[in-house]
Write a new protein. Sequence first.
Length: 295
Amino acid sequence: MTWELAASTLGAPYDSMDELAKTFTATGVTKIEVAVGDEMKFTMASTDDELKAMRDELAEKAGVSIFAVDSRVQVCNTDREEDELVESLEHCLHMADVLGARYVRVFPTAPLEPSWDPDRLPGMVLPKGMNLAGVSKRGAEIIARALPTADKLGVQPLIETHDSHTNGERNAIIHYYLDKIAPGNRVGSIWDLAHPWRVGEAPATTFEYLKPYLVGGRGVVQIKDCAFPGDQTPVLQGTGRVPLAECCKLLKDGGYTGPLSLEWERRWYPQVEPLEEALKAAGKAIEALPAESQL
């Protein structure tokens, strides 16, 4: 049995709903993440009626269901007011409820040093007296304030391995504080396979940190590929160096049974191949995995 391939709309940011439906039909994708942004089809200003219409159109034309809302809420951003971040997260939780999605992605995004190499953990520019632990605790507190809304709606926030908390070790620090503040919470993680790898964290180490926040329906795995750690430009899955087979074996042995969701970042790299081509390559890469890496 092969892993189920899912997709993010980030790979086709300007396609019409008809074009999206055709892409998902052609590639057999039935589960998607919707990227939220001012320049996207799904925006923070979208009304409930607009969201329902887009949800229903994708379901009717391509048999697609939405499992995650990929927000741009930055819970560790000390340049933003806490109340504003909580309000934005609660709004995205409501959007997910309307769309029938189970998850809302959040970014950590503590302020970074002006220049940093993609293959190194970034340094942070934090307020005086605040360190990694402090900014992680602040992110946990913001998520915790939104948990009553999340629990009421049955939607789970997910913390992505991204930017200031790119690897599993840093991602787990936010969870450490969140588990202290809100014991028994169901907040999970998104393991973007490329990000921890490109900053030098071994997949086995990443999975050790994130396993509690991935298995049992707790989190999601995103796949992508790149030519080498210092270049984040997407390449077709299987043509780069991100160790998909190694990661999938860890996931299989560790009990993760969710989808592998292709985050094809054509929004940020418009020169790369269309989403349909990227999804077909990803499907072939998953099918070609050795048996020990398959479900």
